[in-house]
Structure formats: C-alpha cells, structure tokens
Design a protein around this ligand. Structure first.
Ligand code: FE2
Length: 205
C-alpha cells in the first residue's frame, strides 16, 4: 500500500506499508515528518526504512529526526547522493537493488539528471515513486548543482519510458494537474517523455 502525504507547500512524502506484517518505509520526509509519524502510529506500523530519492533538503531534512524517533529505522540512499547528505545512509542502493518491507518488494533505479545519484523506487511492480526525476506533466530541473540535461534525457528515455504503462507515477512534488497518474498517460501527454531527441528535449521551455 502507498499513502501519499503532502508535506510543506507542495512536496509529496510517501509511506509504503505492508498491512499484513505492519512494516513501513517512509520516502522523502522533507521538512516536516509530523504527518508521517501520525500515519505510522494510526496504522500501528513499524518504520524500517527512510528512503531518500535524492539529497535535496526539501526531501531529506527530517530523515535524522525520523531515525531518532524510531531507532530501528535505516536511512536508504544512493552512494552518489548519500555522500551529499548530512546524515550518512545506513543502506546504499544502486541500479537493480531490492529491499523488502514486509511482503512488499521495492526495486531501485538509478536515475541521474536532477541530481547525480537520484533514485526512483518501484513498488511491487505496480507503481513508481519518481522523486524529482518525473513530475506529472514535467520532469525535474537540471540546472541545479550536479544536475545534467543529458543525463536526465537518458534517464527518461532508458529507465522511465521502458517501464510498463500500467505503473502509477507518484512524484516528489505536486506540480501537475493531478497528484499521480498512470505512466501510460504520462508517456502520451508529458512533454518531457514525448521528446524524441536530446535537441527536442533541450528546447522544452
Ligand atoms: Fe530536488
């Protein structure tokens, strides 16, 4: 199960949880983990992982606080972005890594472009949490330190477009006309997924 939680102005955090085994992972707690902690408590869930899609503070700031609140929780990030975090990751994931949360299987994709070590998380082969790699109707900025237009284009073309249309895309910000969407619909309508060449991609306003 995936609970989408609005954090701050327009960030989305997520609780991925297994109702059978009462285990959970929080993705991108952002600047305020109050609602995450409330949800964990409401559902009586044990927090196993705090997963950071990338190092930017609007996604990662409260990771340390969550870890202090739940001593058993492990911070998960890529090696590249992990070294840019103030709180070092306990678990380093790379392309193809998997973790289990109760009966739920999480698979990781390394998706550079917004940051050098951004990751996307595939949940049980049904959904993908895209952080600041893919938004509904757009993709993440590539003009911040460590960002790369070329890498973002490769990521979208090679990693994202090859995922099944049936996947539900859960982005890291509420920037679109809806909070989530099917990847099939995004492939048809998202200008950043429709660009066929790097040149076309680079000309998107
Ligand atoms: Fe970001």
């Amino acid at each position: 199960m995936i609970e989408q939680i609005r954090v701050g102005f327009d960030n989305f955090s997520y609780v991925i949880y297994c109702p059978a085994q009462k285990k959970a992972a929080v993705v991108d707690p952002g600047f305020d983990d109050t609602k995450n902690l409330q949800f964990l408590s409401l559902k009586n869930l044990t927090l196993e992982y705090v997963i950071l899609t990338h190092y930017h503070s609007d996604h990662s700031a409260e990771a340390r606080h969550l870890k202090e609140a739940v001593a058993s929780a492990l911070i998960v990030a890529s090696a590249e972005d992990g070294r840019r975090l103030s709180e070092k990751p306990d678990v380093v994931v790379s392309d193809g890594s998997q973790l289990k949360v109760g009966n739920i299987v999480l698979s990781f994709l390394l998706t550079p472009g917004h940051t050098p070590g951004g990751i996307c998380i595939i949940v049980d082969g049904k959904a993908v949490l895209t952080g600041d790699t893919l938004f509904i109707g757009d993709c993440g900025r590539t003009d911040l330190p460590g960002g790369s237009l070329e890498e973002m284009f490769q990521t979208l073309q090679q990693k994202i477009i090859s995922l099944p249309d049936s996947f539900i895309v859960y982005p890291g910000h509420d920037y679109g006309e809806k909070p989530f969407d099917s990847l099939g619909n995004q492939k048809r309508t998202n200008k950043t997924l429709r660009a066929r060449t790097l040149k076309e991609f680079s000309l998107i306003p």
